[in-house]
Write a protein that binds this ligand. Structure first.
Ligand code: NAP
Length: 245
């Protein structure tokens, strides 16, 4: 069994997930680094983590698929034999459109990737936390705004993420497992390019009270705080990392 604490971060080949992996590694965690497709980027993040002197396990798995999730956790069992923290971070956007142009295939892909995944990973994680642990869910400011004319489906998946956080926090509190969420907003990552609007952060940043976009590291710091003993009396709570949105 690993002597270091162990964290699993889903969607950690780039963006907020990659920054979170590096942040936890700096604090002495061994890292389980999940990603879906991007082997090359995942290897680069893994090298940065290893350079910080901790162990890293790269785990290719589509977390929207139950069979992949179960296989991923079995790999963690074999290599580390425990899990202290889960960060449900994997998430996708689709091109901006109104509800009138949306179809079931798109909606289902958003929901299974952004929220079914968090249910499945949380279920497998809490089975492996007999002495307590921590789950941090990466939601979005969109859970509160609803993202009209852009992606109501994405926003709704994040609303569901917040409800999962509240309900699961109460369900597992007696097992000394804390469940919290962060709600980022307008962070410079490639997710906006995938949504067909690569310059979205710069286009909208003046609308934020702080007047600038955020960096992935600023989200990673909030995730780490909620997972850490610094937040030992905090569960079912949220930190907005969205420039005052
Ligand atoms: P990103 O740069 O697009 O990275 C997404 C990551 O998720 C990638 O590592 C990707 O892996 C992985 N991924 C996607 N589908 C997956 C699946 N089915 N299984 C496993 N991994 C999967 O995104 P980001 O901006 O860092 O966002 C991270 C989280 O923050 C998301 O939940 C997002 O909704 C949330 N968020 C972001 C912002 C923002 O402004 N950026 C704002 C609010 C909330 P591969 O590349 O290997 O496929």
């Amino acid at each position: 069994m690993s002597a270091n604490p162990v964290v699993l971060i889903t969607g950690a080949s780039r963006g907020i997930g990659a920054a979170t992996a590096i942040y936890f590694a700096r604090h002495g965690y061994d890292i389980c680094l999940n990603y879906k497709t991007n082997d090359v980027e995942a290897k680069k993040v893994a090298q940065q983590v290893q350079a910080l002197g901790v162990k890293v396990l790269r785990l290719q798995a589509d977390v929207s698929k139950e069979v992949d999730v179960i296989a991923m956790f079995e790999s963690i069992d074999r290599v580390f034999g425990k899990l202290d923290v889960l960060v449900n971070n994997a998430g996708i956007l689709k091109p901006q459109m109104t509800l009138l142009d949306t179809d079931a295939q798109r909606i289902n892909e958003i929901l299974t990737t952004n929220i079914t995944s968090a249910f499945l990973c949380s279920r497998e994680a809490i089975k492996r936390m007999p002495n307590g642990g921590s789950v941090v869910n990466v939601s979005s400011g969109a859970a509160k705004t609803g993202s009209p004319n852009e992606y109501i489906d994405y926003a709704a998946s994040k609303g569901a993420m917040d409800t999962l956080t509240i309900g699961l926090a109460k369900e597992v509190a007696q097992q000394n497992i804390r469940v919290n969420g962060v709600r980022p907003g307008l962070i410079y990552t490639d997710m906006h390019r995938d949504g067909g609007d690569a310059n979205r952060v710069d286009r909208l940043k003046q609308k934020l009270p702080l007047g600038r976009g955020g960096q992935s590291e600023e989200v990673a710091a909030a995730i780490y705080f909620l997972a850490s003993e610094q937040a030992s009396f905090t569960t079912g709570s949220f930190i907005d990392v969205a420039g005052g949105l």
